[in-house]
Design a binder for this molecule. Structure first.
Ligand code: AHM
Ligand code: MG
Length: 338
């Protein structure tokens, strides 16, 4: 039996590794953990809220409006960031514009957080896993001033920390500050995240691929060729591979991180630049993937090198096990040369 390590303890032990090591990033990560526990509790009650206490959008018996869970999660995280003292502004997938906090507590915040409060929220109604994704940057505007758009539009390589929370059969928080990836599972009986997956490494290859195959005929030829390869039969390589697509990015990514695999969301006619958001979804998961030995790319460019030009920028996304992503890149190149 090994010693139990709580997230809080772990963060404190590793503080020296953090960029700037002033304790603020530690407090911010603890705030994220706390907000995610509250969201986790709400997610667990989602079915009750909808079917027993009254549907979202209706007024409940106390005369309060039932809000949609993604809005509830958004507000929960924003409140935590705004009053935590470390963050001067945020941008969220839920809101059109970024927010520069003007309250006293946020005035000296050195960080900005970009996040997707509840990704895959169309899955809530059917009780399928969903997640929160976050990305933390050091502000570039002067301390003590209002956060600016430039603080939000930083390249993924400048992330000081990133991670996600998966509200699955158990709730897990996985994060990196650039020194590997560690995973924590929430023990609901004591309300603590416990270190359950230390030093996570993504297997270099696997037999699992993940893509909405409804898009197969309308995506890049190189990706079509790769999916055909996965489906082909060959004993030595263990093909055909198995297709696994939950349609909830955090859950699909988490499986790839643990078991190996590849997740692809290509550019398609209805989403010519891809569907997923660079700042809220792709960059944070790219940092986790790379820190665990994987690759994240648009097909042409390393995700974390993409220069952000707008808050809700979308990019084609290929992320996962090193050898599998490399093979897609080779097939894209080959198809382009034809
Ligand atoms: P959302 O941010 O509106 O929830 O959309 C993102 C989700 C991802 O979780 C998932 O991988 C993808 O959209 C699924 O898209 P599709 O239904 O087109 O396959
Ligand atoms: Mg999303």
């Amino acid at each position: 039996m090994s010693k139990f390590t709580s997230l809080h303890e772990f963060i404190m032990d590793r503080q020296a590794e953090f960029p700037f090591a002033s304790g603020e990033l530690s407090r911010l990560l603890n705030d994220i953990a706390l907000a995610s526990k509250i969201v986790s509790r709400d997610v667990r009650r989602a079915g009750l809220v909808d079917h027993i206490l009254g549907a979202q959008g209706e007024t409940n018996i106390q005369g309060e409006d039932q809000q949609k869970l993604d809005v509830v999660a958004d507000e929960q995280f924003i409140k935590m960031f705004q009053f935590g003292g470390e963050v001067c502004g945020i941008a969220s997938e839920e809101n059109d514009d970024f927010m520069a906090f003007e309250n006293e507590e946020a005035k000296n915040g050195k960080y900005v957080v970009l996040f997707d409060p509840l990704d895959g929220s169309s899955n809530i109604d059917v009780n399928v896993s969903i997640g929160t994704i976050f990305s933390i940057y050091r502000r570039i505007s002067p301390d003590g001033t209002k956060a600016t758009l430039a603080d939000m539009l930083q390249k993924g390589t400048r992330q000081v920390a990133a991670g996600y929370v998966l509200y699955g059969s158990s709730t897990m928080l996985v994060y990196s500050t650039g020194h590997g990836v560690n995973g924590f599972t929430l023990d609901p009986s004591i309300g603590e995240f416990c270190l359950s997956h230390p030093a996570m490494k993504m297997p270099e290859t696997s037999r699992l691929y993940s893509m909405n195959e409804g898009n197969i005929d309308i995506c890049h030829q190189g990706i079509q060729d790769y999916i055909k390869y996965c489906q082909g039969e060959e004993k030595e390589t263990g093909r055909p591979y198995s297709g696994r697509y939950i349609g909830s990015l955090v859950a699909d990514f988490h499986r790839s991180l643990i078991k190996g695999g590849i997740y692809i969301y290509p550019a398609v006619p209805s989403a010519p630049k891809g569907k997923l958001r660079l700042l809220y979804e792709c960059n944070p998961l790219a940092m986790i993937a790379e820190q665990a030995g994987g690759i994240a790319t648009t097909g042409y460019e390393r995700i974390m090198e993409v220069e952000p030009t707008e808050l809700h920028q979308r990019v084609p996304y290929i992320v996962g096990s090193k050898k599998m992503v490399q093979q897609v890149l080779d097939l894209i190149q080959k198809a382009d040369l034809k």
